[in-house]
Design a protein around this ligand. Sequence first.
Ligand code: ATP
Ligand code: MG
Length: 356
Amino acid sequence: MVGMTKRYRIALVPGDGIGREVLPPACAVLDAVGARHGIGFDYDPFDWSCERYAAEGAMMPADGLDRIRHHDAILLGAVGWPGTPDHVSLWGLLIPVRRRFRQYVNLRPIRILDGVPGPLANAPDVDFVVVRENVEGEYSEVGGRLNRGFPDEMAIQEAVFTRPGVERVLEYAFTLAGRRGKDLVSATKSNGIVHTMPFWDELVAERATRHPGVAWRQEHIDALVAKIVLDPGRFDVIVASNLFGDILSDLAAAVAGGIGIAPAANLNPERDFPSMFEPVHGSAPDIAGQGVANPLGAIWCASMMLDHLGHPEAAAEVYGSFTHVLATTPVRTRDLGGTASTKEFTDLVLDAIGHW
Ligand code: ATP
Ligand code: MG
C-alpha cells in the first residue's frame, strides 16, 4: 500500500531464553503486514531479563518504566531463568509494568486451531476468551509471616478486591461478551471464600443490569475447570479474578494444544499507558539457543497488538496467515510434534501474509 504511513513505537523486551528467539519472528510478521497496510514500527530494544538481574541485581533500571511509558505498546518475550527465583522476574518486572501502566485486563483467547494436535483436538468450535483481572485480588503484598521457626509459625495472605478495580474489569468483560454476541461466565468460589467472592458476585450481578443483552451465569471455579475440560465448546467469555484467571488461562492453553501457541494481552483499555503483549510460555531453558522454539504464541501476540492499535484488518491477516499454514502444511515445530525450526515455520507464515 502506498501513501501515508502510520508509525508506532514499540518497546521490545525479549527477556530470557526463547523469549529472544520468538520476538524477531513476531517483528518480521509485523513489518510484512504493516507494509501492506501503511503501518510502520520503530522497535526500541530493552535488555531487561534475569541475565541482567544476575549481572546488576535488578531486572530493569530504576527509571525503567519511565523509559517506556510513552511507547505505543510493549512486546515481551519471556522472563525467567534457572537460579533466579520466579518472584524476582514477577515482582521485578511483570507486576510493576501491569500495575503502574494500569493493564488491568489480561486477555487470553483460546481456540482449537485446525491442524494443531491437542488433548481435545476433536472438540468442535472451541473459541472462547478468558478475561483475567490483572492488578489486584489474590496476588497482593498484604500479609506477613509470624513466629518463624516456632511450632505456631503462620503465614497470612490478604486478597484485595476494590469496587473500582472489579467494576472496570467486569465492564470490559460484559462489553466484550456483548460484542461477541454470546454469553459470559463469572468464575467464583463464594461458597468457600466468604468476603471477597460474595463481593465479586454482587458486582457481577450489578454490572449485568447495565448489559441486559448479555446472558450470564456464575460457576464455582472447581466445577468450572472440570467443565472446560469436558465441554470447552460451551464457553464464550469467562471473567475471573487474578488467581482464578491465571489458573484458568493455563488450563485453557493446554486444552487448546499447548503452551507454545498461546498468546496473552495485558491491556490498558483507557490507553493512558501502553499495553503489553506476551506469549504465555516461559523462557524454556531446555530448548533455548537451538532455534527450535515455536514462534506462534509471539506471532499471535503481534496480531492482538495490531487489533489493540486499531488495525483489525491487519490483525486478521496475521491470524489468517498462521492458521492457513497450520491447516494446509505439515510443518510444525517440535512442541507440536514436528521437526521445523523457528525460522522454517516463520518463513511459511511470512509467505502466507496477504494471501489469507
Ligand atoms: P516459566 O517458569 O518461565 O513459565 P516453565 O519452565 O514453567 O517456564 P515454559 O517455558 O512455559 O515453562 O514451558 C515448559 C516447556 O514447554 C518448555 O520447557 C519447553 O520444553 C516447552 N515450550 C514452551 N514454550 C515453547 C515454545 N514456544 N516452543 C517450543 N517449546 C516450548
Ligand atoms: Mg511456567
